[in-house]
Design a protein around this ligand. Sequence first.
Ligand SMILES: [Zn+2]
Length: 346
Amino acid sequence: MSFNINTSYLIDCFKDIVNVPSPVGYYVKFKPVLNRYAESLGYTCSYDNRSTGYITVEGEDSSKTVLVGAHADTIGAVVRGIDSDGTLLVRELGGINYSSIEGNTVTVHTRHGRDYTGLFACKYHSVHIFEKARSETRDETNTMVILDERVSSKEDVKALGIQNGDFISFSPNTEITPNGYLKSRFIDNRGAIACVFEAIRYLNENNLKPKYNTIFAFPFDEETGLGGTYVPSEVSEYVAMDIGLIGPEHDGNEYSVSICAKDAANPYDYDLTCRLIDYAKKAGCDYAVDVYKLYGTDGNAAQRGGNNVKSAAFGMAVTCSHSRERTHITGLENTAKLLLAYLLDI
Ligand SMILES: [Zn+2]
C-alpha cells in the first residue's frame, strides 16, 4: 500500500511551525499553533496540567487506545544572570552544543509579553581582539547574549523588563534547497509534528479512521527527559516520533525513516518495533533500523515513568543534531508514510 503524501502541505506546515519559539517549558506561543492546526483539521487540542497537548482521533476499533507522541519543545536557554556590562548570562535547556549556537540570533521572552532579540556570542568573540577566540571552549562560563538594544549596564537591561529566568529561543535559520534538502534548527521535532498534521489531513481527505482510538500528544518537556513520563491511563502503546541519527555505524540517512531499536537506556518493545518494521515494508518506505547511544525519546520516558505501555520510536534522520540540522524532504515523506501505516494498521 502506498500513501500519496501532500508534500506541499507538509513543508508549508514545517515552515510555519518552526518559526514559533518553544524552548523547553515555554509553551505560551506554541499552544495557539497546536490549537489552530487542530481546529483546521476538525479537532480541538486539550491540555493536561503539565501543558502537554492532546488531539484525540476516534478509531474504527475502540477496544484499544494508542498514543503517538511528537514533542513540542525545542532546545533553548534561560537568562541566568545579567552582567554589569549589560550582556546576559545564559543556562542551556535541553542539551545544546554551545559552539553551534554562536553567531545565532536569539530572542529573549520576558514575562510581561515583550520580546527582545540579541546575538548569541562567545565572550572571546573577535579574532582581531582575543588570541583565544578560536581555541576557547564554548560553554556557559564564556557565552553571553548581546542584546540588540542600546544598553551598557545591568540597570539598563532590567529597565527593559528582562529578568533572570526569562526564556531564550534561537532563530531556526530555515532553508530548503531546490533539490529538497532541508536545513534548519528544530527539525527535531517540528519535522515530526508536521508529519502528524499531514497524517491527520490525509485521513480526513480520504475519509479514513485510524484502526484504534489514537491520541496525538505534544509534550513541552521532552528535551529534559520529562515528556512522556505521564501517559493517560487508557493508552497501551506509546510511539514516539522523534529524530533519527546519522553517523558511523548507523544505517540511517537523510532520505529514509529511522526506526530506533534501542536508545541510551533500553531496547524498545520487541513486538511493537517488529510491527513498525513490517509497516515500513508494506508502505514501501525507505527505512533503517538503528541503535542509539546518546539519545532518548518520550517513549523511553514513558517507560521510566512506570506507565503500563509498550514503547517504540521512529522519525526522520538528521545530520548535526541539536545544531542547525539537515535532512531531505524524502525523509519527512517516508516518516509520514510510516506514521499512516501504523495508524491504519495496514
Ligand atoms: Zn527530539
